[in-house]
Ligand binder design. Structure first.
Ligand code: NAD
Ligand code: UFG
Length: 330
């Protein structure tokens, strides 16, 4: 079975591609490399001993995307491609709407034309806004606070309308919580250019001496130690969640949270990182970051019951594997 993976050179897409290849799927990647590097393809080959077919294409270019569907016998699509920086999306919203929405619409038109009806889409816990209670279930109210999040919510709505118009579509929306960690080989991982927005990439820059100090955004939240609580999930568990979604026989439009169901505070994560890697991470408490919420963690009961999804990795594994990757790629 041949799977089209859009954004397959990126952080989550590359790990999922490895998992797909291990499970015997053929993979075609479409990526314009706007936030990734071509050498990821060699690394995937090194890990799996298998090759993928790669097209360096912008999904906003419909004709080029159509050519891929013409050439390849695609059976299913996993759609990762998109821009994802929350702060940047506030500064350049039009670019975010254009990239994330036009690329998705082009993809869906091609899928319709070529009768490819199975889709797995990368959504985000950001669509829950500021939840009133925890853990977060899939049927909680939805709202967003930034253009990035709004693109995810809009795409979810588009997919619901598409399914309503054509129930032969089989669509899975996966709402990820906070993916961290890296492949055990140390070859694949997340290493953004410049100053990272997200916590683990920032910890890694401080741990490797690239940045002097981690700013912890607030210690007056209503949480165990006052710092923000999130549901961190190992990217390898997330990758398995995608393969389970492809294998799932249940048809229709399905929505699942992918997290671990457990919350970890910023300070707990920093302390765990220090202890498992035996390294000091300088930090200071600074003011809250605008838009951040106290706590966010998933109920994963639905994914467990319907997909058989059970995360295997602990916070310790996530800290070890993230650091292992950055040491190998410094
Ligand atoms: P990433 O930036 O590492 O990967 C996205 C890939 O898509 C990149 O390789 C980029 O070059 C490619 N891309 C972007 N626009 C494209 C276009 N128009 N045409 C072709 N390729 C394009 O991001 P990631 O962390 O792997 O995230 C994957 C998906 O999961 C994204 O949709 C993201 O919004 C979503 N998500 C990520 C997180 C997270 O914390 N990493 C959380 C929730 C949801
Ligand atoms: N934090 C710091 N210092 C930093 C970075 C983050 O203290 O330098 C704190 C934040 O305040 C928050 C926690 O670490 O309490 C996690 O922050 P991240 O930026 O790593 O993650 P978020 O939960 O804010 O958001 C991420 C993605 C979103 C996605 C969301 C849910 O950036 O796109 O997870 O999946 F929507």
């Amino acid at each position: 079975m041949k799977v089209l993976v859009t954004g397959g050179c990126g952080y989550i897409g590359s790990h999922t591609t490895v998992e797909l290849l291990k499970e015997g799927y053929e993979v075609v990647i479409v990526d314009n490399l706007i936030n990734s590097k071509r050498d990821v393809l060699d690394k995937i080959k090194k890990i799996t001993n298998k090759s993928v077919t790669f097209y360096e294409i912008d999904l906003c270019d419909k004709e080029k995307l159509r050519d891929v569907f013409l050439k390849e016998e695609i059976s299913a699509v996993i759609h990762f491609a998109g821009l994802k920086a929350v702060g940047e999306s506030v500064e350049i919203p039009i670019r975010y709407y254009k990239n994330n929405l036009v690329s998705t619409l082009n993809l869906l038109e091609c899928m319709q034309e070529f009768n490819v009806k199975k889709l797995v889409f990368s959504s985000s816990a950001t669509v829950y806004g500021n939840p009133k209670t925890l853990p977060i279930k899939e049927d909680f109210p939805l709202s967003t606070t930034n253009p990035y999040g709004t693109t995810k919510l809009m795409i979810e709505e588009i997919l619901k309308d598409l399914y309503h118009s054509d129930p032969t579509f089989d669509i899975t929306i996966l709402r990820y919580f906070n993916p961290i960690g890296a492949d055990k080989s140390g070859l694949l991982g997340e290493d953004p250019n410049g100053i990272p927005n997200n916590l683990m990439p920032y910890i890694l820059k401080v741990a490797t001496g690239k940045l002097p100090v981690l700013n912890i955004f607030g210690d007056d939240y209503n949480t165990v130690d006052g710092t923000g609580v999130r549901d961190y999930i190992h990217v390898l568990d997330l990758a398995v969640g995608h393969v389970l979604s492809l294998k799932n026989q249940k048809t229709g439009l399905k929505i699942y949270n992918l997290g671990t169901g457990r919350g970890t505070s910023v300070l707990e994560l920093v302390k765990k990182f220090e202890s498992v890697n035996n390294i000091k991470v300088n930090y200071q408490i600074t003011k809250r970051r605008e838009g951040d919420i106290d706590a966010c963690y998933a109920s994963i009961d639905k994914a467990h019951e319907e997909l058989g999804f059970t995360p295997r990795y602990t916070i310790e594994d996530m800290c070890l594997d993230s650091y292992n990757f950055i040491k190998n790629n410094n």
